[in-house]
Design a protein. Structure first.
Length: 82
């Protein structure tokens, strides 16, 4: 488990709802896990809510079906347009 924003970043609207920031951090964390002997062979699962859900979707989308994301309650602006 990891926090995608620092306490300072969470205080401000501009960083709290900037999907790119937590998405980049999540991507780096996933890459790091893939490089570690103890975790490289394990499947990656993501469970986030709100802005973190949008970040998890960004990471899961290019990774394909082997990297599921369970997302709850994303902000309406983060939802895919039909």
């Amino acid at each position: 488990m990891l926090e995608l924003l620092t306490a300072e970043q969470d205080r401000f609207y501009d960083t709290r709802f900037d999907i790119g920031l937590p998405a980049r951090r999540l991507c780096r964390a996933a890459r790091w896990l893939g490089e570690q002997d103890a975790t490289a062979i394990l499947p990656l699962g993501l469970s986030r809510a709100s802005t973190g859900a949008a970040a998890a979707r960004r990471l899961a989308r290019p990774a394909g079906p082997g990297h599921p994301a369970c997302c709850r309650g994303a902000h309406p602006s983060h939802r895919r347009r039909q």
